[in-house]
Design a protein around this ligand. Structure first.
Ligand code: 13P
Ligand code: SF4
Length: 371
């Protein structure tokens, strides 16, 4: 779906006009609409959200409001799709800007995943391979996982999901984020060289020697997040040199080296909670998206909070949810016109719902790895 340009009347409003009209439209819609905001959204969106959270928490919120006619999801496409799958047929999920995608989710498409599965099947007993997809993936990838006995996971329950998978099979195929897969498996005690292989979807047999494949416990997909790929061990070393008392807290989409060099890692909700619970006067270098880091700094002036990367690192697609788009969608809904609805086809929704419900059954475990 392509995002149409905003009607001209929405492009010349002041920030205050946009904000007060959003509140007016929300008041008009009342309980008919619930606005969800991911932690990476800009402050001008977060202040209008009824609920904020990481992917796991927002998926739960979407499923927990069956009375709301509209779920307006200020996040990215895969989050809105998941919300549509988890809500009832009568509910409508709205993504304020259809161009808000996720470059990591785009790194695995259904054709590539099915091809990989088939090629793997020439060397492995597929009934022993449990597919786990990160929620950052298209609905038809979740469908594939649901059909093949697997589950969806988020950064807050990835370990539970991998344990769940290994109770049901002897290997895990994990996509699309190699780093979340590797970091989680290492956290469980597996060896990144001995127990894992990296499947490159652009190479035959993923570029993996079949003998190595047969020995692997984890087949990781060659995908990554370009925002989190920016964080380096050198940045952590510099932060420690400049601030000897610093605590380094990163998202598990960072590389293994970065996670190993950090003090703590976890989902965006875990990052937020950790800063909320931190001692006044403590210092925190955070390796995640800049909107969240800046907000945490503003909300906790008694603590020193800064981004590990001195060059700011926004998620460009999250940023596409401009307040004017939120205003436009809310005012249209209030006028009785549904715009930007995200609707997953029935057959895809049926199987992906199974995989997402398995995810919701595996509890979030925002544990502190090295606390
Ligand atoms: P969380 O589930 O931790 O919010 O992460 C989502 C995401 O896209 C991080 O890049
Ligand atoms: Fe996707 Fe990375 Fe943005 Fe998260 S931060 S939504 S993984 S591109």
């Amino acid at each position: 779906m392509v995002q149409q340009p905003l009607p001209a009347e929405y492009t010349s409003l002041t920030d205050d006009e946009v904000s007060s009209r959003i509140e007016a439209a929300k008041a008009k819609l009342g309980k008919r609409a619930v606005v969800l905001g991911h932690h990476y959204q800009r402050d001008e969106i977060i202040k209008h959200a009824d609920f904020t959270g990481d992917s796991y928490k927002l998926a739960k919120h979407a499923a927990a409001h069956p009375d709301a006619e509209f779920i307006v999801f200020c996040g990215v496409h895969f989050m809105a799709e998941s919300a549509d799958i988890l809500t009832t047929l009568d509910q409508k999920v709205i993504l304020p800007n259809l161009a808000a995608g996720c470059s990591m989710a785009d790194m695995a498409n259904r054709f590539q995943v099915k091809t990989a599965w088939k090629q793997m099947g020439q060397h492995l007993d597929l009934s022993e391979v449990i597919p786990i997809t990160y929620i950052n993936s298209a609905a038809n990838i979740k469908e594939f996982v649901g059909r093949n006995g697997g589950a969806v996971c988020t950064s807050s329950n990835a370990r539970g999901a991998l344990e769940w998978a290994l109770e049901r099979g002897s290997r895990v195929m994990f996509f699309p984020d190699q780093h979340l897969g590797r970091n989680t498996a290492v956290d469980m005690g597996f060896d990144p060289d001995e127990d894992m292989v990296l499947w490159d979807p652009f190479k035959r047999m993923g570029g993996i020697d079949p003998e190595k494949l047969k020995k692997a416990k984890f087949i990781l997909w060659k995908g990554h997040c370009s925002v989190h790929a920016r964080f380096t061990v050198e940045q952590i070393e510099k932060a420690r040199k400049d601030h000897p008392d610093v605590n380094v807290l990163v998202h598990p989409e960072c590389t293994l080296d970065v996670v190993n060099a950090s003090d703590l890692d976890g989902s965006t909700e875990f990052i937020k909670k950790t800063i909320e619970d931190a001692e006044p006067g403590s210092t925190w270098a955070i390796g995640t998206e800049i909107n969240l880091v800046s907000r945490l700094g503003q909300e906790h002036p008694d603590k020193t909070v800064f981004c590990l990367d001195p060059q700011i690192c926004p998620c460009a697609t999250m940023y596409r949810i401009h307040p004017s788009f939120l205003l436009w969608t809310l005012e249209k809904l209030a006028e009785g016109e549904v715009v930007n609805q995200i609707s997953v086809p029935e057959e895809t929704a049926k199987w992906s719902k199974i995989a997402l419900e398995r995810m919701l059954e595996i509890s979030a475990d925002p544990k502190a790895k090295k606390a």
